[in-house]
Design a protein around this ligand. Structure first.
Ligand SMILES: *Cc1c(COP(=O)(O)O)cnc(C)c1O
Length: 397
């Protein structure tokens, strides 16, 4: 027992508190949906879930999970290669890869694990990984675990990406891979995929894309960023999550060529040394994929809601970042202001969280709103009214 260690931890926490960067978790006492109940029983509108298609509390999906628990049991109590694979796992891997236009797929318990286990088995010391500076934490960690040479380009700066590709060539890199989020989750912006594909072809590099904030609802058929850009078939490795649009429970996956998936199943550490995804989540995700295919109207609604909401918030005078994506960051700058605004929004009945350092750069604090297909026009209008009121009270607009 080292007293100085615990003192050090106390000091760190104090520092976070003093910097106004301490994150207090709120409790919600209802299923995840556009109207949720707080611990104190108050009902508020929810504008910050990743439940893009409103499937987190969908009856068909819940029934699929419940039936699967009855038929397939609760847990696998094994990793996949010992006795943790049943037909359902394979079926979901096949459905995901055929839906997204890839040869094959490997499931993980989270996309964090997929990104964490992706690089080390595939890229060695002779290879080059060229990564966008704003990529998700799980990508950054995954790259750290691998021995390849690392190159980081300024966020979405295609000149800088080209420089990195040239540098990798002059460093005699064997294989090169460009790594990017498909959609940048703090900003609601798309990767410049058209340009990335062009550069990948010019410099003979592979492309790895993390489409967590796109799979299921971006693109005409919900096949994600590549479909949105009309560049399907140009991505070598795609990672995604089951924890956002596809039901929102948990689970992640990698899609790629058959031999890549084969090797990952032999060598990827979070796959080899971690439990198999529970059958109920797998069954529910199969149902979610069916809904994505059969109910395109959800994608229509989210598109309309996004355009309406973004335009309205902007016309109130707020600075709104990002492209036409349901992620709608309202920029405030100061962390304290973001926390204060979030608190006031909640008092008015709107649940939305302030984001600040370290999840976004210092001085770029914001309220990040997320629109879903299930927000009603009335909810959107009410939220816009609340933003108007609170924004004026805080002298932001
Ligand atoms: C959410 C997210 C992840 C992590 O996904 P989980 O399945 O929740 O672990 C990875 N990458 C990006 C870009 C994300 O937005």
């Amino acid at each position: 027992m080292s007293k100085s260690f615990y003192n050090h931890i106390d000091h760190e926490i104090e520092q976070i508190l003093n910097d106004d960067l301490y994150k207090n978790e709120r409790f919600i006492n209802s299923p995840q949906q556009t109207a949720i109940k707080l611990k104190n029983g108050k009902e508020v509108m929810n504008f910050c879930a990743n439940d893009y298609l409103g499937l987190a509390n969908n009856k068909e999906i819940k029934d699929a999970a419940i039936n699967s628990i009855q038929e397939d049991g609760f847990g696998m109590a094994s990793v996949r290669f010992i006795c943790g694979t049943n037909d359902l796992h394979r079926k979901l891997e096949e459905k995901l890869s055929s839906f997204l236009g890839f040869d094959d797929c490997i499931l993980y318990v989270a996309c964090f694990d997929a990104n964490g286990g992706l690089f080390e088995p595939l890229f060695g010391a002779e290879d080059a990984i060229i990564s966008d500076s704003l990529n998700h934490a799980s990508i950054i960690d995954g790259i750290r675990l691998c021995k390849a040479k690392r190159y980081r380009y300024q966020h979405s700066d295609m000149k800088d990406l080209e420089k990195c590709l040239q540098q990798a060539d002059s460093d005699s890199a064997n294989h090169k891979v460009i790594v990017s989020d498909g959609v940048f989750s703090m900003d609601g912006t798309y990767a410049k995929l058209d340009k990335i594909v062009e550069l990948a072809e010019k410099y003979n590099a592979l492309i790895m894309l993390d489409d967590c904030h796109a799979t299921g609802f971006v693109g005409e058929n919900g096949r994600g960023t590549a479909e949105y850009f009309g560049l399907e078939g140009k991505i070598d490795i795609l990672t995604g999550t089951l924890g956002k649009a596809l039901g929102g429970a948990s689970g992640g996956f990698i899609c790629a060529k058959e031999n890549v998936i084969k090797l990952l199943k032999q060598r990827s550490r979070p796959y080899l040394f971690s439990n198999a995804l529970s059958p109920s989540i797998v069954s529910a995700s199969l149902k979610a994929l069916e809904i994505v295919k059969n109910e395109p109207e959800r994608r229509e609604r989210i598109k309309e809601n996004t355009a309406y909401f973004r335009d309205s918030i902007k016309s109130l005078g707020f600075e709104v970042k990002g492209d036409m994506h349901p992620i709608t960051p309202v920029m405030l700058g100061d962390a304290k202001k973001a926390q204060e605004m979030s608190k006031m929004l909640l008092e008015e009945g709107l649940y939305a969280i302030g984001f600040f350092y370290p999840v976004v750069p210092k001085g770029e604090a914001r309220i990040r709103l997320q629109i879903t297909s299930e927000h009603t026009k009335q909810q959107l209008d009410q939220a816009i009214e609340i933003f108007d009121k609170v924004g004026k009270e805080l002298n932001i607009i």
